[in-house]
Design a protein around this ligand. Structure first.
Ligand SMILES: Nc1ncnc2c1ncn2[C@@H]1O[C@H](COP(=O)(O)OP(=O)(O)OP(=O)(O)O)[C@@H](O)[C@H]1O
Length: 712
């Protein structure tokens, strides 16, 4: 039976077809599924043509309409046709003639290269630069071959001297080999590239090498770029969802994690911004929901209400209504509130910061030497972080590990008394700060024989407080597939640090990095990475340094635009120019987001832009859905863009006095370690804001730029 497959390259093109052309394409693709190769080639309507002699005999072009041509790969062996590209008629044949499709025998995948461009490069005089050492001088031909790099690409590699040069050639190089090369160029050791790039692909090929003429097998193995379709509905579903490609085309590592039948305990997916951690979490939920035991339930949780909205909407694209009925998508705070309210209906939740005033009262009344801030921090970062319930627990020499201000035993008793007084008062009011609510929720859940969930999937895990983790841990029985955690400590923007080990979340041996950024262009990502340069980042939930290897994007675009103004008015005027520029370039207002460090500046920016007649809306992710201001430019705080993405991002007010914002940084006199940690969180905030951009990033300041900015 003939089989049709669609290459992901077609998605962006399909968007450009009008409805009659789409219908015509649907009729053609139907014939691909129904007719044998021989019958297809002879079909009078399709005008299937081979390329001129000497070019890839498997490639054919066919007519879709007067102005559109399809390009397909029709291997002589087997019965799988691959729809490779959709192109305007005048450019189709030339494009098709330049390309060659080959089976990567090591990885078992089908790859495409721009054979003409590569050929010209390797025969061009002076192709090998004078200025060796070449980019891959440290990697032998044999090692490259083992990683699936073929002879032609090895020759090509030997002509490269810089990473930028490699990136420029990216579109011409066979896709899987390109991923091998970018990691090698970053300095990743050969065996790590083997483990992270080659083996996941080979695993998808059933662990076998694939003969060079087995195109059928290669097409089936290349699920990260190629999708087999069986009916019109599937064709439309794949082609018509350019921006939802993540539903269909998973990176081999993403797929192997999301659809692994079993992890023997909690598993963690880490990886830089835009590497598809949320995507993996969503697919994992799909897998778990499809395999639930009778009466089972999955919890999918993330940090804020806005992110809940966003992943709920995405989950609906991936998982049908029936299955979604078994998935709760809520914040950890909502879970805790529900659990506690089931026993104490009159309890309400207040922000942790709102409890500060109460601590000030208690400290004043008890005439303590320490500031209310100090005692509040002991409460949040020691007592609640470690789940300490008795004075003995607080007096334990290990309790304050990581705090840099020493306290004698007597001093600890005094601090404990203040904390205990404040806690008793909080409990009487029934208005519990989130950490307190979680402590109660975890206690209630731990007493139950039956836990509410079969599996817990956590996104944006880096910002949860240990008390929140305790609730999540208690919501599922320890064991197979219990917890699946996605997070990135580089993006930690709140003041929480966590030890999974202490929380009974044992991920050792089950932590997996993602490396390919699908969101941001190489130019933006490379620039933004400099914000974090030299910062030691620990793996989420551990004190171990992050594993070597960095995140790379396969996308190209323009570098960020940096703008330093003399004064606030100049900065606002420059922002207006930038926004007008984007709108004039056809970027939809809803695809643009302006972020500010504080709410005050946000209000000023909204007021100014409105007064200039620009369509802007204040976007409060805590209260609004992500979609509700599609016709306006959104303006929000840097905290508000966490986990989201936009075509164009303007980071406004990256001024020395605002980043870091010292009023949100613990003074070194209170606690040196906390001071450093708070500063690191502010640096991450800038990093998070900048890495939300898909195509364009604009960063501005007035006066002195933030010391975190890589400028100058
Ligand atoms: N396999 C894929 N194919 C196509 N697009 C993908 C794929 N994986 C992720 N994406 C896209 O890349 C973007 C980033 O993905 P996602 O939000 O899951 O990354 P993340 O690692 O959770 O990001 P962050 O940590 O920065 O919030 C999204 O637009 C997503 O749709």
């Amino acid at each position: 039976m003939p089989q049709l497959a669609i290459d992901s390259t077609c998605l962006a093109q399909y968007d450009k077809l009008d409805r009659p052309t789409r219908e015509r394409l649907a009729a053609v693709t139907r014939k691909f599924r129904e007719l044998s190769l021989r019958a297809l080639l002879a079909h009078p309507d399709l005008r299937i043509q081979a390329l001129p002699a000497g070019q890839d005999p498997r490639i054919r072009t066919f007519r879709i309409s007067d102005s559109w041509t399809g390009v397909m790969l029709a291997p002589e062996s087997g019965e799988t046709f691959l729809l490779v590209h959709l192109l305007p008629r005048e450019s189709a044949e030339e494009w098709a003639s330049d390309q060659r499709h080959d089976v990567n025998t090591v990885m078992g995948t089908l790859e495409r290269r721009d054979a003409t461009a590569l050929e010209e490069r390797s025969v061009a005089p002076g192709a090998r630069p004078e200025a060796d050492p070449a980019l891959f001088s440290g990697v032998s031909d044999e090692a490259l071959r083992q990683l699936g790099v073929d002879s032609e690409i090895i020759r090509f590699c030997r002509t490269l001297s810089t990473r930028d040069e490699l990136a420029d050639w990216g579109p011409a190089v066979p896709q899987d080999q390109y991923e091998v090369l970018i990691h090698l160029a970053e300095g990743m050791p050969v065996d790590q590239v083997m483990n992270e790039v080659v083996l996941p692909r080979r695993a998808a090929a059933g662990g076998r090498t694939v003969p060079p003429d087995d195109y059928d097998a290669a097409i089936r193995n290349t699920r990260h770029r190629v999708r087999l379709v069986k009916d019109d509905e599937e064709v439309d579903d794949v082609l018509g969802r350019e921006f939802d490609a993540w539903r269909v085309f998973l990176h081999p590592t993403q797929r192997s994690l999301a659809y692994r039948p079993a992890f023997s305990g909690p598993a963690m997916v880490s990886g830089g911004p835009g590497t598809g951690k949320t995507v993996v979490a969503l697919h994992r939920v799909k897998y778990l929901a499809e395999n639930l035991p009778l009466g089972g339930k999955v919890l999918l949780t993330t940090f804020t209400n806005a992110l809940v909205e966003s992943i709920r909407r995405d989950l609906a694209l991936l998982v049908g209504e029936e299955l979604r009925a078994d998935v709760d998508v809520i914040t950890a705070d909502k879970l805790a509130l529900d659990v506690v309210r089931a026993q104490h209906p009159d309890v309400s939740m207040r922000r942790d910061a709102d409890a500060r005033g109460l601590f000030a009262n208690v400290v004043g009344k008890q005439g303590l030497l320490w500031s209310a801030d100090f005692v509040f921090q002991e409460y949040r970062h020691v007592v609640m972080a470690q789940g300490i319930t008795t004075v003995e627990g607080y007096l334990d020499p290990d309790a304050r590990r990581g705090r840099s201000t020493p306290l004698t035993v007597d001093q600890r008793r005094e601090v404990w008394n203040a904390i205990a007084t404040a806690r008793a008062w909080l409990r009487r009011t029934k208005q519990l700060p989130t950490v307190e609510l979680h402590a109660e929720a975890a206690r209630i859940l731990d007493e139950r024989a039956e836990r509410p969930y079969s599996n817990v999937v956590v996104d944006e895990g880096q910002d949860l407080h240990p008390a929140q983790w305790r609730t999540l841990r208690a919501a599922v029985s320890p064991g197979r597939n219990d917890m699946f955690i996605a997070g990135d400590n580089r993006q930690r923007i709140y003041d929480n640090t966590v030890s999974f080990k202490q929380l009974g979340i044992r991920i050792v041996g089950r932590s997996y990095p993602l490396r390919v950024n699908y969101r941001t262009t190489t130019e933006i990502l490379t620039w933004a990475d400099q914000i974090m340069r030299g910062q030691s980042v620990h793996e989420l939930g551990t004190s171990a340094p992050e594993a070597p290897g960095s995140t790379r994007s396969l996308l190209r675009g323009n570098p960020p635009v940096l703008c330093g103004a003399a004064d606030p008015a100049g900065e606002l005027a420059a922002l207006e120019r930038q926004l007008r520029g984007w709108l004039a370039d056809g970027v939809a207002p809803g695809d643009i987001c302006v972020t500010t460090r504080t709410r005050k500046v946000l209000t000023e920016v909204v007021g100014f832009l409105r007064s200039r007649g620009l369509p802007v809306a204040r976007f409060n992710p805590q209260h609004h859905t992500v979609d509700d201001s599609a016709g306006t430019v959104r303006v929000t705080t840097m905290h508000g863009v966490k986990g989201l993405e936009f075509r164009a991002i303007a980071v406004f007010g990256a001024t020395a006095g605002a980043l870091p914002l010292m009023e949100h940084v613990t003074g070194p006199e209170l606690d040196e370690n906390q001071h450093r940690s708070d500063l690191a969180a502010q640096r991450s905030l800038l990093y998070v804001a900048c890495t939300r951009a898909r195509e364009s990033l604009y960063v501005s300041w007035h006066g002195e730029p933030s010391p975190f900015l890589p400028v100058g």
